[in-house]
Design a protein around this ligand. Structure first.
Ligand code: XIL
Length: 341
């Protein structure tokens, strides 16, 4: 039985989302989710590797569809994650027919551009076949992380970009191409005519830290200057109790002058171990301050997503980083998030 508490999404003017897989679409978890959230993200099952079987054949993952069906049936929006990434992507994307790494020859570059375009269009086509065109009432998908984690963790490169396989073969152009193909697939070819239904994001982590933030800001500025069809800037905000919460406000302010919206895409707050009652209470204050900042930035915010429903299901579960415990009970973190409304 779910506690009779104020729904989080009723305390904000932006959608509040949660990362899930099919396990959260049934039973008490589904009930808790439906009460507090009005948006979902696939934690893993729309990542590049999830779309291919062992024979490299494209097919939607059954868990991707289970989450989409659940969202459609419960009036939840879907914030898609992720079209292009260096991680959780099939190795063969970057190999030739003999399994050798692609080179930077014109032919190999063209091969990788074709794979990028085909991947994005196959995703769009398979989802629109099942849910209708993007922008129609039966299709809940309304945003994508188009590229994820393209910024380098180190300051050693002039362009600030991660040296991934995408980058090695195509250079910075893979970022522009990803947005161009996504715009064409989701907002034109497979969209309700005349609508622009899917909001296209770049996404990264540690954007609340100064070096990464400056490199991110510089790339986004270049994309805007080149008229790349990017709509928004995503901040993962995988933070800890040691993170100054004021840095979240400073981050949103840094990007506020751009002609783009912003999203908090993967929020969680690690306590450090051992997880003590004192730390859980401190975490409650952190979530309170963070959600106050988000409410103050409502005009710039597309949505806020927490990276999991319950602590045990978190990718950082040892640090109890989320709003609800494994008995589906609200933690101090929940009371913090809805406080100050
Ligand atoms: C994580 C998932 O939560 C894990 O289940 C998976 O094993 C690895 O990926 N940045 C991202 C997310 O953009 O996709 C990652 O999700 C967390 C870090």
């Amino acid at each position: 039985v779910i506690e009779d508490l104020t729904p989080i999404h009723e305390t904000t003017d932006f959608p509040v989302g949660v990362a899930i897989d099919a396990r959260e679409t049934v039973g008490g978890a589904a009930e808790l989710l439906n009460r507090h959230f009005n948006q979902v993200t696939h934690e893993n099952h729309m990542k590049p590797e999830a779309w291919y079987d062992d024979e490299r054949t494209f097919r939607p993952h059954e868990q991707a569809l289970a989450v989409m069906d659940f969202a459609r049936d419960n009036d939840l929006r879907v914030y898609g994650h992720v079209l292009v990434w260096h991680s959780q992507t099939p190795a063969w994307f970057f190999q030739d027919a003999d399994g050798q790494p692609l080179t930077t020859s014109a032919a190999d570059r063209q091969l990788l551009r074709d794979r990028l375009r085909t991947h994005i269009f196959d995703v769009a086509e398979s989802l629109s076949e099942r849910y209708g065109r993007f922008g129609s009432p039966t299709n809940p998908l309304y945003a994508w992380d188009v590229v994820n984690e393209v910024i380098s963790d180190s300051g050693e490169y002039a362009d600030g970009l991660r040296r991934s396989e995408w980058y090695r073969i195509l250079g910075e152009s893979f970022i522009d191409l990803s947005f161009e193909y996504a715009h064409e697939a989701f907002n034109d070819v497979h969209a309700v005519p005349g609508s622009d239904p899917v909001t296209l994001f770049i996404n990264d982590y540690n954007t609340e830290q100064s070096g990464k933030q400056a490199r991110y800001r510089a790339l986004v500025q270049r994309l805007v200057d080149r008229d790349v069809p990017i709509d928004g800037v995503g901040h993962q905000f995988h933070v800890s109790l040691a993170t100054p919460v004021s840095s979240l406000a400073a981050t949103l302010d840094t990007f506020a002058d751009l002609p783009l919206t912003q999203a908090v895409t993967e929020l969680d707050v690690t306590t450090g171990t051992p997880v003590t009652q004192a730390r859980l209470i401190e975490q409650g204050y952190f979530y309170r301050d963070a959600f106050r900042i988000f409410r103050e930035h409502t005009d710039d915010l597309f949505a806020v997503t927490v990276w999991g429903l319950t602590d045990g299901r978190s990718w950082r579960s040892a640090n109890a980083p989320l709003l609800f415990d494994d008995n589906l009970r609200a933690k101090p973190a929940y009371y913090g998030a809805v406080d100050g409304d």
